[in-house]
Structure formats: structure tokens, C-alpha cells
Design a binder for this molecule. Structure first.
Ligand code: F6R
Length: 612
């Protein structure tokens, strides 16, 4: 969602802020702004509605704004429409306090009214301006002391925030405060950075600190001091980010999404190799004991969006390999339901960003209810990774395209490995089958490569879909779970209405929507269910539908029913999802570019959904 960048050092801040913000564009935004300070001089604030290039033009790529300390922001409107006045940074009435903010301040109305009674006035409709003026109020009350001002404001604010603040009396310093909104602090020689996400600062440093919830940081040139809410100094470990800067660039591809689709063989291999050594899965970071795994009788998989679809697939895999029953829950539903969680259960929270507000809240709820938690997370040091009892890191690297592809694929193989290891620990799988399954998982990267070689045919077929208005995805079991992901991919980047149905459900309603030329994409890889799904394909075809199929090499008879068939290599049906999803990713990509859309940054969407 919104993006934050801050810098203090010896170099000019504005070009660094604009560059950093450009690396966060993928998160989604509708206005942008920077505030830059040159020593003791007044702070210059430039903000405007629209894309960053507007800001770049206004400032001659930042060169027209002088100063070595500054903060910048890309805003995704929540309170108040996208406009220059609502854009960040926001300032106190006297310009003493200037800040940018990510998150949502839930009690902003109440605080606003109190501040109005104390003589404050408001220019914007934002919750951020309320936070700025609240900080200003405490700043004046507590003898112009930034840490005191921030900690008192934090005690009054309900909601989530990553705040970066500059105080007029403290040139060259940036003060940060955080609760439930991501923020990292980077450090290099004589330079300090703050950002809401790693790609913004990766070019400048890989040495970072993770600021915790309800903590404050003071950034000076090349130095950071951390404080708790009681204004006491606290120590934090310095961590090194392993992602290299090139992995956050397009690397010759036209779009991040296409690049990330092509990275899948490598990142799946990396994720598998991170835990498989000498033919055995070793989970160093998963500290569940063998006894705990043996006692498990229930797993809850909790996630949002595509990560939820990973859970939908994994439920079949886990239930097939073990005697553990699985429930898959949308985090946004789970958190508000009074579910009776079983005692011997495990909550697996899946999240690329590790910051999705609903998933984080669900994780906390599961912990409060006393059950063990495990995060399958991509972003190192993210909130879910830090708060879960156990973490399995996927090694997808930075995923920039809003529509997930490579992180999804890594989550899926991470889940296969977990399921397999659970089965082994519980003596529910023979050694020979364990090795056979592990070997199958090891073949996924090369098989994904093979599918990618067929992309020209998929592009040709996708061009026929550019002008359709509806699509239906059907399948059974794992194929249904993959259809859900294919459907989401298509709708989110090409704005075509699409729905996924369990093929057996068609007759219970949706078949009435099938008419001449309705597109039905069927996923047909589950040996035991092929005939059943083919019957459903025939049913829709006889009502005029144009049917496409994704199936396994050898099922050539599907060409009798489908007008276009994409074949995936043979694989054990439990793991077919890792292959059948690839053509669906490519189809949505090609349809979106065929329609001329901004495939990496679809409208209204944000990469990391840090508010409810
Ligand atoms: C769709 C997509 C989203 C995310 C969802 C969860 O392509 O990317 O549906 O899967 O917002 O995000 P994370 O995995 O960061 O929790």
C-alpha cells in the first residue's frame, strides 16, 4: 500500500527519496510527496496527486531541491480522496513537525476533535494530519523533546502506523515510530535510511535493523538509536539482507511479472534446497518437536488471496500424506469468528509479505488461543516471520509485480515439504515412498522450465481471450484449487470477470451462466477425477462454451472436447498444482498486456495489504 523512504547523510536527499519511492511504486499509490531539509534552513515540502513522474518533473528529478535529510511517501488513499492536500508529508500549523505515515489511525476522529478544542486546525481529510498535530501537541508540552512527544502520541493513537517525522529544532535527524506497519532502517557509512520495504534501499545498503512494535528510532548520519515506549534506549541486532539489488530490477524483461514467472524454476529449486539435504528434509527453523508433530490432529491454514489458494491446494496434499485433518481459512474471516480451535493443532499462516494485516491478526489470535503457529513467509524479518513460533522462509526473493507468481509457487513447495516431513515423523509414510515423493518434488523446477518453453502457443491462445467479458475455471480437488488461483490472476490484472467453480458444482447453479462462446478453462490433472471433469467439460461445451484445458501429457483425448489444450509434464498428481498453475499465470499475463494494461500495477491493488 503506501510507501515510505527517508534519508539522512552527506548526499543530496531528494534524488535518493525519488529513487527509493520508485522502487515502491509496485505497492500501489495515487499521490506522492517529499520533504527535504538543508541544515538549519526551512524544510521544503513538495507533493502532488498522480504518479511519481509528476514529482520528478516538479523537482527536476530532485536536483532542484537542496538538502541532505528528507522523507518521502507514496500514498494509497484511505482517508480522503487522492489530492495534493491529502498527499504526505503533512506539517504542524507552525511547520515545526513534518511527517509521513503508513497505516490507519482508528481513533483519528476522536483525536481530531480534541485537538480542534485545543486550537488546532486541519487542512486535509487524513488521519495522518491528526497524528502530526498530536505529536506537535506533545512536543510543545514536553519541552520540545522528540522521543517524549512520540511516545506520548503513540500511547494515544489506536491503529497501525509506520511514522517518519522531522522536527525543525533537530536538523539532520529523522524520528521513526512503528506499530503493525512494516518499516526497516538501513545503515551505511555516514548514511541512514528508513523504508517501508526492502527494495527502496537495497541499492544503497543491505545492513538493516528491524524496528519492533511500539518502538521509536532516531536516525542520524550513519547512526541509529532505538527507544522503547518508555523512552529507554534499547539495543537491536544489525541484520544483513541476502537479496541482491539486481533481483529487484527487471533484468531485460518487459515486466516484473514476466520476469518473476521465469524465475520460478530457480526460486522453487532454492526453496527446496534450503531444507533438503542428503535426501532428507531438515527444518532448522521449524522448532516443533517430533512429539508435537506426532500429537497433531488438526492443521488450520490461514491466509489471504493467492496465499489462501496455496492452502486450498495443500489441504489435499496434507490430508493425503498424513492422518491430520486440515481446515483452510480466509484470515479476514478467521479473525472475527469464534472458532473453537482444537488443542493439538497447528496454525499455518502463509504470507509472501509477512505483513498482511488480516493474516497477522489471525496469527495473533491463534497464539492467544494457545495453539502453536508456523509462518510460511517470504520477507525476512517481517511481522509474521517474527511473531510466529516457527518460520519456514520461502526463497522467492523480492516479488515486485502485484500479482504473485513466484512467491505462490515457493509457498506451494514449502507446503509439500512440510506435509512430507509430517508424514515421516508420524510414521505414516514408508521410506521408499518418502524418497519417491521427494524425488518428484525435485523434478518440479525442470518441468516448470519445460512449460515456459511453450509460452508462444499460450500467447497465441491468450490473444483470443483479450475481448471476452467472462471466464469460468473448473476443476476438482487440487485442480479446483489451481482454478481458483488462475481465476484470480486473470481478473486482477486483466479486469475480466472470472469465477472458479468446483466442476461438480456447475449443475447447482453456475451452468445457467454458460451461453454461446462463454470461455471455460478446465484444469484436468487428477487421474482419479479426469472422467468426471471431462463430463462437465462436455456439458458446458454442448451449451455453447469455448473450452480450454490444462492437462497432463498423454491425455490427448481431451482435444475431442477442448478447442485448445496445454500439456504439462507427468508428475505425481499430488504435486501437479506446481505445474498446472504456470500456463494460467502466462495466460493472464498475455491477456493483460494484450489489453494494454499496466500488468505489474493493476488498478486499486496494492502489493502488501497492511490495512484491513
Ligand atoms: C494476488 C496476490 C494477493 C496476495 C494476498 C496475500 O496475486 O498477490 O492475493 O496473495 O494479498 O498477500 P501476502 O502473501 O503478502 O500475505
Amino acid at each position: 500500500m503506501c510507501g515510505i523512504v527517508g534519508f539522512t547523510g552527506n548526499n543530496q536527499a531528494a534524488p535518493i527519496l525519488l529513487d527509493g519511492l520508485s522502487k515502491l511504486e509496485y505497492r500501489g499509490y495515487d499521490s506522492a510527496g517529499i520533504a527535504v531539509r538543508n541544515g538549519e534552513a526551512e524544510t521544503e515540502v513538495i507533493k502532488e496527486k498522480g504518479k511519481l513522474k509528476v514529482l520528478a518533473e516538479m523537482t527536476n528529478d530532485g536536483k532542484a531541491v537542496k538538502g541532505t535529510c528528507g522523507i518521502g511517501h507514496t500514498r494509497w488513499a484511505t482517508h480522503g480522496d487522492p489530492s495534493a492536500v491529502n498527499a504526505h508529508p503533512h506539517s504542524s500549523d507552525d511547520g515545526n513537525v513534518i511527517a509521513v505515515h503508513n497505516g490507519i489511525i482508528e481513533n483519528y476522529q476522536e483525536q481530531r476533535e480534541k485537538l480542534i478544542k485545543k486550537g488546532y486546525s486541519f487542512k486535509s481529510q487524513t488521519d495522518t494530519e491528526v497524528a502530526v498535530k498530536l505529536i506537535d501537541y506533545y512536543y510543545k508540552k514536553y519541552s520540545n523533546e522528540p522521543i517524549e512527544a512520540l511516545s506520548h502520541a503513540m500511547m494515544r493513537i489506536r491503529g497501525s502506523y509506520a511514522l517518519c517525522v522531522m522536527f525543525k529544532d533537530y536538523p539532520g535527524e529523522i524520528y521513526c515510530a512503528r506499530k503493525d506497519s512494516p518499516m526497516i532502517i538501513g545503515i551505511a557509512d555516514d548514511e541512514s535510511y528508513v523504508a517501508s520495504d526492502v527494495p527502496a534501499i537495497l541499492k544503497y545498503t543491505r545492513k538493516v535493523y528491524y524496528i519492533g512494535n511500539m518502538e521509536i528510532a532516531k536516525l542520524e548520519k550513519g547512526n541509529v538509536i532505538f527507544y522503547n515506549i518508555d523512552s529507554e534506549i534499547i539495543e537491536k541486532p544489525l541484520t544483513e539482507i541476502k537479496w541482491d539489488a539486481a533481483s529487484a530490477e527487471k533484468g531485460g524483461y518487459e515486466h516484473f511479472m514476466l520476469k518473476e514467472i521465469h524465475e520460478q524454476p530457480k526460486v522453487i529449486r532454492d526453496t527446496v534446497n534450503s531444507v533438503v539435504k542428503d535426501g532428507i528434509v531438515h527444518f532448522d527453523s521449524v522448532t516443533l518437536t517430533d512429539d508435537e508433530i506426532k500429537a497433531l490432529d488438526q492443521v488450520y491454514i490461514i491466509a489471504c488471496g493467492s496465499a489462501y489458494h496455496v492452502g486450498m491446494d495443500l489441504q489435499y496434499v496434507i490430508e493425503s500424506l498424513t492422518s491430520i485433518s486440515v481446515r483452510v481459512e480466509l484470515a479476514s474471516e478467521f479473525r472475527y469468528r469464534d472458532m473453537k480451535l482444537k488443542k493439538n493443532s497447528l496454525a499455518i499462516v502463509i504470507s509472501q509479505s509477512g505483513e498482511t494485516a488480516d493474516s497477522l491478526a489471525a496469527l495473533r489470535l491463534a497464539k492467544d488461543k494457545g495453539i502453536k503457529t508456523l509462518g510460511i513467509v517470504n520477507v525476512v524479518g517481517s511481522s509474521i516471520a517474527r511473531e510466529a513460533d516457527n518460520v519456514f522462509y520461502t526463497l522467492a526473493g523480492p516479488e515486485i509485480s502485484v500479482a504473485t507468481t513466484k512467491a505462490y509457487s515457493c509457498q506451494l513447495v514449502a507446503g509439500y515439504l512440510l506435509a512430507l516431513q509430517f508424514a515421516k515423523t508420524r510414521d505414516e509414510i514408508e521410506d521408499i515412498s518418502y524418497t519417491k515423493f521427494l524425488n518428484e518434488i525435485n523434478t518440479i523446477p525442470e518441468k516448470v522450465e519445460k512449460i515456459l518453453e511453450d509460452k508462444v502457443r499460450l500467447q497465441w491462445y491468450s490473444n483470443k481471450l483479450v475481448n471476452i467479458s467472462d471466464a469460468f475455471f473448473i476443476g476438482r480437488g487440487i485442480d479446483y484449487a489451481i482454478g481458483m488461483e488462475g481465476s484470480l490472476k486473470l481478473k486482477e490484472i486483466s479486469y475480466i470477470h472470472s469465477e472458479a467453480y468446483a466442476a461438480g458444482e456447475l449443475k447447482h447453479g453456475p451452468i445457467s451462466l454458460i451461453e454461446d462462446s462463454t470461455v471455460v478453462i478446465s484444469v484436468v490433472t487428477q487421474d482419479k477425477l479426469i472422467e468426471k471433469t471431462v463430463s462437465n467439460m462436455v456439458e458446458v461445451k454442448s451449451r455453447g462454451a469455448k473450452v480450454m484445458a490444462v492437462t497432463t501429457v498423454g491425455n490427448y483425448f481431451l482435444e475431442d472436447t477442448a478447442e485448445f489444450v496445454c500439456y504439462i509434464p507427468q508428475i505425481h498428481s499430488l504435486f501437479s498444482g506446481s505445474l498446472s498453475v504456470i500456463p494460467l499465470q502466462l495466460i493472464s499475463y498475455y491477456v493483460s498486456i494484450g489489453k494494454g494494461y499496466d500488468v505489474d500495477k493493476p488498478r486499486n491493488l496494492a502489493k502488501s495489504v497492511t490495512v484491513e
